[in-house]
Design a protein around this ligand. Structure first.
Ligand code: NAD
Length: 438
């Protein structure tokens, strides 16, 4: 295959996220003050987390929590552990959460958190001390009616359990609803673990009807093989889709007749060492297949491309090489706004992140409701309710896209901004100052 250039990220992900708001605002009858408010996060906290390492030394890690907007309810968003976490990235992720919650109509605003760390280099005890230390520092900033964290890249149910336990100790009461994505034994919801992938899967099932797809003829590439990537790959494989390429942080594999996804998942997850809580095995080492890079995976001649890793994967630099006709954004922000414009000209359909990966926050909302009710639902009930929401919002956004002749991302933002606009207006005061009310 030809040599491939690394995708170049935009200077500021948050500035790029704002461009999308401005673009969508042109298509909605919205007070300009609503858009102005959404351009500024409500509150930002930066903390330094001192952690006693196993060898007795001290290391200090930087962490962030951003609450973007709470017009529609308490803020909600994951916590990411990654060496590339920055305030700019966390602000963008928080803004996307605001829009995502509005897209699916769950009564939350948006937030996000992150710690600058390579968690694969920490022992489980160091990881636990780091997680508890972070919660200690942001305890006054979060809460079941204020701001509710959840897992994101390189955080999982076990870490959410530690965090919930730490918060409960600080408050001296059991507080399961402060965090979602917890282990089932601590009040987690059935169906939460695979919810992000499943939500995207329900979007693809709607597309399947509209495009008359025969699953066995649809070639799929999935970038990222963690929580979200594994669950979408497994569900599509179960329906007969051909998953021809899969990758993780160390690279990818390609096989034209498709992979047996359940055995790939088993191999990858079986090699989880006790020493580290992260999977140590890359898909590249797990199966016999053509080895490809993450950049090559994006440029494969496939029908459906599913970025499920990190942001800024499809940029102005590599967009002309993208051959997939449909992209379903399971990751947050994998396509930059510059690349968006070109994909739209190429008539590539992009099912945007704020819709495609909203299954995670939807089932997080179900978990929060169950924690507050103290009454737990069956997995069938969770799937059924998730299915209903994802199909309803997918079809609403598809209709807006067709009616307004805009791309699906702009339609999703327009839909979200309409809901946000009504909430802001309903809070009052603003209309007293507008000209027609004087
Ligand atoms: P995860 O930590 O479970 O998995 C991340 C995967 O990405 C791993 O397979 C890792 O090897 C891979 N990866 C990391 N760097 C990579 C790179 N440079 N190139 C290719 N692969 C790379 O995380 P996750 O929860 O599956 O999250 C994946 C994406 O989905 C993120 O963008 C996240 O924000 C988004 N998301 C997750 C949830 C959720 O509920 N987990 C919800 C909404 C959105």
């Amino acid at each position: 295959m030809a040599s491939i250039k690394q995708p170049q990220p935009p200077d500021s992900i948050f500035a790029d996220a704002i461009k999308r708001l401005d673009n969508a605002a042109k298509h909605v009858d919205l007070d300009h003050e609503v858009v102005e408010r959404l351009k500024h996060p409500k509150a930002v906290i930066q903390v330094s987390i001192p952690v006693r390492m196993d060898d007795g030394s001290l290391k200090v890690f930087s962490g962030y929590r951003v609450r973007h907007d709470n017009s529609r309810g308490p803020t909600k968003g994951g916590i990411r552990y990654h060496p590339d976490v920055s305030l700019d990235e966390v602000k963008a992720l928080a803004l996307w959460m605001t829009c995502k919650c509005a897209v699916v109509g769950v009564p939350f605003g948006g937030a996000k958190g992150g710690i600058v760390v390579n968690p694969k280099e920490l022992s489980p005890m160091e990881l636990e001390r780091l997680s508890r230390g972070f919660i200690g520092l942001i305890a006054d900033f979060i809460g079941p009616d204020k701001d509710i964290p959840a897992p994101d890249v390189y955080t999982n149910a076990m870490i959410m359990g530690w965090m919930m336990n730490e918060y409960s100790k600080i408050r001296r009461e059991h507080c399961p609803a402060v965090i979602t994505g917890k282990p089932l034994s601590l009040g987690g919801s059935l169906g939460r673990e695979g919810a992000t992938g499943r939500g995207a899967y329900y979007c693809i099932k709607e597309l399947e009807k509209r495009r008359d797809w025969k699953p066995e003829q649809v070639r799929v590439a999935v970038q990222g093989f963690g929580n979200a990537g594994q669950s979408i790959a497994a569900l599509l494989h179960r329906d007969g889709y051909r998953i021809v390429a899969i990758s993780d942080s160390r690279g990818g594999v390609y096989r034209s007749d498709g992979f047996d996804v359940p055995s790939l998942i088993k191999i990858k997850n079986e090699t989880r060492y006790l020493k580290a809580v992260y999977c140590e095995c890359s898909v590249c080492e797990a199966v016999k297949a053509e080895i490809i890079t993450n950049e090559q995976l994006l440029e494969l001649d496939v029908d459906l491309l599913i970025p499920a890793a990190l942001e800024n994967q499809i940029t102005a630099q590599n967009v002309s090489q993208i051959k997939a006709r449909v992209i379903v954004e399971v990751a947050n922000g994998p396509v930059t706004s510059e690349a968006d414009a070109i994909l739209s000209q190429q008539e590539t359909l992009v099912v945007p992140d704020i819709l495609a990966n909203a299954g995670g926050v939807t089932v997080s909302y179900f978990e929060w409701v169950q924690n507050r009710q103290g009454y737990y639902w069956s997995v069938e009930k969770v799937h059924e309710r998730l299915h209903k929401i994802m199909s309803r919002e997918f079809n609403t956004i598809f209709k807006i896209m067709q009616q307004k002749q805009i791309d699906m991302r702009t339609a999703a933002y327009a839909h979200a901004m309409t809901r946000l606009g009504s909430a802001v207006a309903a809070h009052g005061t603003q209309s007293f100052f507008s000209n027609h009310n004087r």
